[in-house]
Design a protein. Structure first.
Lengths: 112, 446
């Protein structure tokens, strides 16, 4: 089992979600987050005072998948989330030791 | 025989009928004037709550929203009570040069009969309650400079004292019978102030500057970003201010007459022109016109047209608006940064500066065809042929500036000793909503 954390542009979220559903991914957790990598922020001006907003809104997707699905999921995210500009985000992969479904206490990949 | 007997009787009937007609005409006029003045009074109250409360509420950071709104609301209650006890009398009682007397304390003698010195066709009760609404919004304007760092107890005490010590004398000097600056009831320096350029805007704006300097900057200013938390609230507030201002300025005709129409038109044109000129200045400077800029410009225009509203036609109103928008933009963007004072929501930059420009330009543009305040055929403003009026306006402006400066400074010292004036730094960081009032503006997850 692998956990995929993908931080993407809010504008790409709907497409990424739809594409993941098409390849059979049934569950994900989504958070609205703020942050920045190499992307520079923008400036806002209120009555002549300039503010640099460097923490920009992003969407974070989290999903834990059986090993067999991981590569396809990563490819799908890469394909649909990419605009080619700085600020498209990142994908992080990590191994997950155990998963437990709370309702019936199933364990392992069955619980996903 | 018959005819000679009938004649006196007919004459008597005719004179009775004429007297009755005269009475009916006066009653009809009084009804019309009273209807407009009661609506105007309500409109002016709406400028403070919710108008100003929303305008300022949106400009502060989220943690100080309720605190700034509560200051406006507290004044709606506090000044009303003070007004009933002594306030009205100190502003409009007697005929002294500097301040009223206690003739109308506890509203003694204020009833259905008009007060012919001020508004001869409406019940004095209406005049009294209309003027009260001005006394409410004036101290509320100052809270724009003290925002996000002044204690609630100190604010309430300071503004109550300020109303008695600064507002009441100035209102009497400019509008009261025999007042030093009164233009129509025997003042030494007849200052034209139709609806409160000196009494309301210079007094509050200059006092706001003193408060900002005395309190010091907000913690983190100007390094830390302090953007407005909801320009949507400010936008609604500014639009309510614009509408309410018709009551403020056109209502200052104190009757439902053609002067009220003239003031209404001038008010609207001034606001529109200033919204455009502020936006244009911003567009040239930043390449964009912002919503905050447009609404700030409109308010600046409304401030500047206030003293002039009942003295100028539509074209001078446009000119006053254009100048006010550009100058106030320069004040809040350049002058404030240059001197480094933290006038948090620009109470001085908009009301102090806008009020001063408006008062001076009133002396330039006032026309006797609009309002023959100095008598029929006598020129009023500079372009009318009476340049001396600009000097009179300057005298009024100076008196208002000095009075507001000194009065505010003394009161701040006193209040600082009594209750303290600034919240501790950790309270400022946590926000005034929680530390001063024990509640939060937004509990979106509850």
């Amino acid at each position: 089992m692998m956990k995929i954390e993908a931080i993407i542009q809010p504008s790409r979220f709907e497409s990424v979600k739809d594409a993941l559903r098409e390849i059979g991914i049934e569950g994900m957790t989504v958070t609205e987050v703020r942050g920045h990598g190499r992307q520079k922020g923008h400036t806002e001006v209120y009555r002549g005072r300039e503010y640099t907003v460097d923490l920009l809104p992003k969407i974070k997707l989290e999903m834990v998948l059986p090993d067999a699905l991981v590569n396809r999921a990563v490819d799908t995210i890469l394909k649909t989330a990419k605009t080619g500009k700085i600020g498209d985000g990142k994908i992080f992969l990590s191994r997950v030791e155990e998963a437990i479904r709370i309702r019936n206490e199933e364990r392992g990949e069955n619980a996903l | 025989m018959m005819a000679s007997l009938a004649a006196p009787e007919t004459a008597k009937t005719v004179s009775e009928k004429l007297a009755q007609l005269d009475k009916d005409v006066k009653a009809a006029q009084s009804s019309a004037d009273n209807a407009w003045m009661l609506v105007s009074a309500a409109l002016v109250l709406m400028m403070t709550g919710p108008g100003l409360a929303l305008f300022y509420g949106g400009l502060v950071r989220r943690k100080n929203t309720l605190a700034i709104m509560m200051q406006s609301f507290a004044l709606m209650a506090l000044i009303t009570v003070m007004w009933a006890l002594v306030g009205y009398s100190l502003c409009f009682g007697g005929d002294g040069h500097f301040i009223g007397n206690f003739e109308h304390a506890f509203l003694r003698g204020v009833g259905a009969d008009p007060n012919p010195d001020y508004a001869g066709t409406i019940p004095q009760l209406t005049f009294m309650v209309y003027q009260l609404m001005f006394a409410i919004i004036t101290p509320a304007l100052i809270t724009g400079a003290t925002a996000e760092r002044m204690k609630f107890s100190g604010t309430v005490l300071f503004l109550t004292l300020w109303f008695l010590v600064v507002y009441a004398p100035l209102a009497h000097m400019v509008w009261g019978k025999g007042g030093l600056l009164n233009a129509s009831l025997g003042g030494k320096f007849p200052t034209l102030d139709f609806a409160g350029g000196t009494v309301v805007h210079i007094s509050s704006g200059v006092s706001a500057l003193v408060c900002a300097l005395y309190l010091g900057k907000r913690t983190g200013y100007p390094k830390q970003p302090m953007p407005p938390h909801s320009l949507v609230l400010s936008f609604i507030g500014a639009c309510l201010l614009w509408v309410g201002w018709f009551g403020f300025n056109a209502g200052s005709a104190l009757a439902s007459n053609s002067l009220a129409s003239s003031a209404f038109v001038a008010t609207h044109f001034g606001a529109a022109a200033a919204a455009l000129s502020w936006s244009a200045a911003e567009w040239i400077k930043n390449g964009r016109a912002s919503a905050l800029g447009a609404i700030s410009g409109a308010v600046a225009g409304l401030v500047a047209i206030t003293p002039a509203a009942g003295f100028v036609g539509p074209m001078p109103a446009l000119a006053i608006g254009i100048l006010a928008g550009a100058v106030c933009y320069w004040m809040v963007t350049k002058v404030k940064a240059l001197f480094g004072y933290d006038d948090a929501l620009d109470a001085f930059g908009v009301h102090g500066a806008g009020g001063t420009i408006g008062a001076l330009l009133t002396g330039v543009f006032a026309q006797q065809v609009i309002n023959p305040i100095f008598g029929a055929g006598k020129p009023v403003g500079g372009l009318d042929g009476h340049w001396g009026q600009v000097g009179n306006q300057l005298a009024g402006v100076l008196v208002a500036w000095i009075f507001a400066l000194v009065g505010t400074l003394v009161l701040l010292k006193i209040v600082d000793l009594l209750t303290g004036i600034r919240v501790p730094e950790e309270h400022e960081i946590e926000g005034l909503d929680i530390t001063q009032h024990g509640e939060e503006a937004y509990n979106l997850e509850s």
